[in-house]
Design a protein around this ligand. Structure first.
Ligand code: B1M
Length: 210
């Protein structure tokens, strides 16, 4: 079995330290960071997601796997993110209210940092008023919102409404993403940009700086 197949397997088993060790081993073997991410870490979570949907595994197993995946991406971070890049801009990032999914958000953070942004990460389940306060406090060029549930995607629109109500909508560009989000939905809620994946989010944030 290859190191990436083992990694995908160990993500599903939630073996955080082993996953991290395999990421280091894969890097030593010269495997590209993006390939480690796609064919090792995310492949494992994708396979577990199918088993979750089919009720073959449940929330605790998925939670433990998510921790292993996050530990693996932390180990990759040093390779994906340049160490002495001068920030090209600032992004405030959050998963919206009611939503605890953070793996996609963390990848967006990684890619934004890799593209040279300073990122203020507010975490998950962040209410609209807290996001508006963070925009006022940090003055970012870009606000990036993630949502993974059909029941929480509307909260991205609530954040935009809250920015309008607070009179600060024109101070910041808003980009949105997450599995249920589409370009049409992003336009409907008045977002400035949408990407279906994390590296695309970094590209759009860069375009919006211009
Ligand atoms: Co959740 N969950 N979950 N879950 N979970 C999903 C999303 C689900 C599709 C599973 C399923 O049923 N097939 C389903 C949603 C169904 C729906 O809404 N239609 C679901 C459900 C139902 C639930 C609960 C309600 C389950 C329950 O309690 N009964 C519950 C809700 C909790 C809550 O949030 N309030 C729940 C809980 C959990 C865990 C806590 C156990 C865990 C999260 C742990 C964590 O994040 N730390 C979890 C997980 C891990 C998943 C799955 C298996 C994997 C999600 C993931 O991390 N994928 C997921 C099924 C699946 O997707 N196969 C599922 C990997 C990640 C890299 O992808 O986040 O999509 P993703 O990010 C992508 C893109 O979307 C994009 O970039 C990334 C790739 O490059 N992206 C952006 C994300 N944000 C972006 C922002 C951008 C741009 C791009 O710009 C700003």
């Amino acid at each position: 079995m290859s190191v990436l197949t083992d990694m995908a397997e160990l993500v599903q088993k939630g073996k955080a330290q082993e996953v991290s060790d395999l990421v280091s081993q894969a890097l030593e073997e010269g495997i590209a960071p993006q390939q480690i991410l796609d064919e090792g870490l995310l492949k494992g979570m994708g396979e577990l997601g199918v088993r979750f949907k089919n009720n073959e595994v449940f929330v605790p197993e998925v939670l433990i796997a998510a921790r292993a995946l996050n530990k693996g991406t932390e180990t990759l971070k040093a390779k994906l993110v340049g160490s002495d890049i001068k920030p090209i801009g600032k992004v405030v990032l959050a998963t919206v209210s009611g939503d605890l999914h953070d793996i996609g958000k963390n990848l967006v953070k990684l890619m934004l940092e890799g593209a040279g942004f300073e990122v203020v990460d507010l975490g998950t389940d962040v209410p609209a008023d807290k996001i508006v306060a963070a925009v006022n406090e940090n003055n970012p060029e870009v606000l990036a919102l993630s949502a993974l549930l059909t029941t929480t995607m509307a909260a991205q629109g609530d954040v935009i409404k809250a920015l309008i109500d607070a009179g600060v909508r024109d101070k910041v560009k808003v980009i949105v993403g997450g599995a249920p989000i589409t370009d049409a939905f992003a336009k409907e809620i008045g977002a400035d940009g949408y990407s279906e994946d994390a590296s695309g989010a970094a590209d759009i944030a860069k375009q919006l700086l211009q």
